[in-house]
Design a protein around this ligand. Structure first.
Ligand code: NAI
Length: 678
């Protein structure tokens, strides 16, 4: 079956998609070339229009880069101008083909995404060159290193889209009928216009910024190299160099890891045991209980997705404080440039404050984010049970409590589910949903789909202590404290983990979350008889070192800048002395292995117990909620690449030190024997 249709509309050749899903790329490109030749050979044809053949759902899968570059060159070199009508989402090869056209006419909703960097790649050298000519070096660098999506209007401003039209095809045909009007003078001939001259200072600044942000990632750095080379060196030589970097990225470990992440994130949305015909409930209005740190951010998620949301607090004062925080967060996101002020205002208008439960009667979903206290939560859920619509989903944002115990305070446990957002909830990508034993298939389907509505990466966890993420964090965080007892400093541990690629080391994270909060969680738990807590955390709290908010914790702080603090180290040393531990210099490799292997083993236990559905879900949680470097594929993927047997060895050592639970999970042992998780 052909991928493409070829039609004449008067003197214009219109190439459109042939209904059926497009064939894999080689057939698509071949047909495109055939169609171009046909238009070339038809003396009456004056211009060619690509009618919506390029959007991402057209299935232009990754082609051989040489084939793609040849096709782009043929489009660009066509003596008869080619005009692309852009609709939907354009990324990758489709976008490269569009950029090779003489003009692009976009529907208002079209989106152009330079997403290669997100999977460890860069666009082909030809595409970078075309971008450079149209947008200049700075905008090209920004777009390619961030993987930005540009909406139709932004793309028009950047010079990538030449006109907008509600009916992109009709507008493209207008363009095609009057090419003479737009006939290019030398300054308009983008195909031959030279790349803008390089600006060494500009590149130096951008390179430093990128290196700092990329921390170990190859593709963003290579993109800067490529853009600079294409601006500077003679054409043929620069092309060769850029092509070598392109190959380096495409054939490298990081691309493989990021592809794993992308597949894992997609797979995480599926829940194998739900009946296939389970339909999600429509979410038209939402409510959030509690306007504290989390509640306000959760409400922002709904509002940003265009869903009206009621934010309920205990009193007018508390509500005013919460709303002020929401407003401040919107102002911050406008300042940061992540939201324009019009959108922020529109979203803010969708958030309505309330202090009366009766106002919740319309909500399709109610997310509770009150204090982490079972009694308080049970009271709130009992109230919700009285006022909520019969179909309403009653969700809790608890990070540690038992979902079933909360559900038991209602007459409808099938409607109760965990929706665990991460802080700050308006920014962090992860949504860890938690199913209770009674949660219905429809409710699970709805909260899984909600992830997509809210722009989150979503994972389903079982209702077990700490769910997926916090259970793993517990082992990882404890191990960091044991390493402190044995001789490491906070600075040393954090540097090792940050050099590995974590956004923040474990002790800096503790200081951020608040050491008192960590201690409180700890006090609500009991450990197996053969385990112990490290006294380090308690000592920090006792010394008033609560973390960033107190200006001191495992570090001292000037603003948000952390500074190694001999006083904190002295507290740690005194703990070692009391415990009779002779402190030693712990090699970086040992720090890395002990922390990461503890994490991986905890992940294996979760998969074994069915708390996580698959090892890829564990990776998804850790990357999107806990700062694990995506380009290493997540802890489970990383372990598979670096030797599951090494994890077994470490886990055995840790079990001897800290207790049986630290020993290798049976799943880990089986996987190590195979060399892979499944
Ligand atoms: P918070 O203390 O900042 O806010 C709680 C808010 O709930 C307060 O404004 C309080 O006035 C309000 N509240 C208390 N009882 C209420 C009631 N009966 N009705 C209405 N409002 C009531 O707490 P935070 O940090 O926002 O945590 C909320 C929930 O989210 C907790 O379950 C927590 O474990 C969870 N969570 C917190 C994270 C964090 O990083 N702070 C991360 C993920 C989950």
């Amino acid at each position: 079956m052909p991928c493409l249709n070829y039609q004449r509309q008067e003197q214009i050749a219109v190439i459109s998609r042939a209904g059926a899903p497009a064939e894999p790329i080689p057939a698509f490109l071949q047909e495109l070339m055939t169609a171009l030749r046909r238009a070339r050979d038809d003396a009456e044809v004056t211009a060619i229009v690509f009618a919506n053949i390029l959007s991402a759902d057209g299935g232009i899968a990754a082609p051989e880069v040489d084939d793609l570059e040849d096709a782009c060159a043929a489009v660009e070199d066509s003596a008869k101008p080619v005009i692309a009508a852009l609709e939907g989402v354009l990324i990758g090869p489709a976008l490269e083909l569009a950029l090779a056209c003489r003009w692009r006419v976009g529907a208002p909703g079209c989106v152009l995404g330079f997403t290669e960097v997100k999977i460890g790649l860069m666009p082909s050298p030809g595409a970078i060159k075309r971008l450079l000519r149209r947008m200049g070096a700075q905008a090209t660098l920004e777009a390619l290193t961030t993987g930005a999506f540009l909406g139709a209007e932004e793309a028009a401003e950047a010079g990538l889209v030449d006109a907008l039209g509600a009916d992109a095809l009709a507008a493209a045909l207008v363009f095609a009928r009057e090419p003479a009007d737009r006939e290019e003078g030398p300054e308009n001939d983008l195909a031959t216009r030279p790349a803008p001259p390089p600006d060494a200072a500009q590149f130096a600044i951008f390179r430093a910024k990128t290196a700092a942000k990329a921390r170990g990632q190859l593709a963003p750095v290579r993109i800067v190299d490529a853009v600079e080379a294409l601006c500077a060196a003679p054409a043929e030589e620069s092309r060769r160099r850029v092509r070598a970097w392109f190959d380096e990225c495409r054939d490298g470990e990081q691309h493989k890891a990021l592809m794993h992440v992308s597949v894992a994130q997609r797979e995480a949305r599926t829940v194998p045991d739900l009946p296939p015909d389970t339909a999600a409930l429509p979410i038209r209005t939402a409510a959030v209980i509690g306007a504290g740190t989390m509640g306000g951010g959760i409400a922002m998620n709904f509002a940003n997705a265009g869903i009206p949301v009621i934010l309920l607090e205990v009193s007018g004062d508390a509500l005013e404080r919460g709303m002020a925080l929401v407003r401040k967060n919107y102002e911050a996101s406008v300042k940061r440039g992540s939201q324009d002020s019009k959108r922020a205002e529109a979203a803010l208008r969708l958030i309505r404050g309330a202090t009366e439960y009766a106002q919740l009667a319309q909500a399709d979903i109610i997310v509770e984010a009150v204090f982490e206290d079972m009694q308080v939560k049970r009271e709130v859920f009992a109230r919700l049970d009285e006022v909520a619509a019969p179909h309403a989903i009653l969700a809790t944002n608890t990070s540690t409590l038992d979902i079933d115990a909360i559900a038991a305070s209602t007459s409808r446990p099938a409607q109760v589910v965990g929706t665990h957002f991460f802080s700050p909830a308006n920014i962090m990508k992860l949504l860890e949903n938690v199913r209770g034993k009674a949660t219905s298939a429809q409710v699970i389907r709805t909260v899984m789909d909600l992830g997509r509505v809210l722009g989150k990466v979503v994972v389903l966890a079982g209702n077990a202590d700490g769910f997926i993420g916090n259970r793993m964090l517990m082992f990882y965080g404890l191990e960091a404290e044991f390493l402190l007892e044995e001789g490491a400093t906070p600075e040393r541990i954090d540097r090792v983990m940050e050099d590995f690629g974590f956004a923040m080391g474990p002790l800096a994270v503790r200081d951020l979350a608040g050491n008192d909060v960590g201690l409180l969680v700890r006090r609500s738990r009991t450990l197996p008889a053969d385990e112990r807590w490290s006294p380090v955390l308690g000592r920090m709290v006792a010394a008033g070192r609560l973390g960033q908010k107190a200006g001191k914790g495992f570090y001292r702080y000037e603003g948000r800048t952390r500074i190694p603090d001999p006083e904190a180290v002295a507290i740690i040393e005194s703990v070692s002395a009391e415990m009779g531990i002779t402190r030693r210099e712990i090699p970086a490799q040992e720090i890395l292995d002990r922390l990461l292997h503890a994490l991986v083993n905890a992940g294996a236990q979760l998969v074994e117990e069915g708390v996580a559905l698959r090892s890829g879900d564990v990776d998804t949680v850790y990357i999107n909620g806990y700062g694990f470097p995506a380009w290493r594929g997540g802890p489970m993927y990383w372990a598979e690449q670096h030797g599951l047997d090494r994890v077994v060895v470490t886990a055995r050592k840790l079990a001897a030190l800290h207790g049986a639970r630290w020993g290798p999970a049976p799943l880990l042992l089986r996987a190590a024997a195979r060399g892979r998780w499944r």
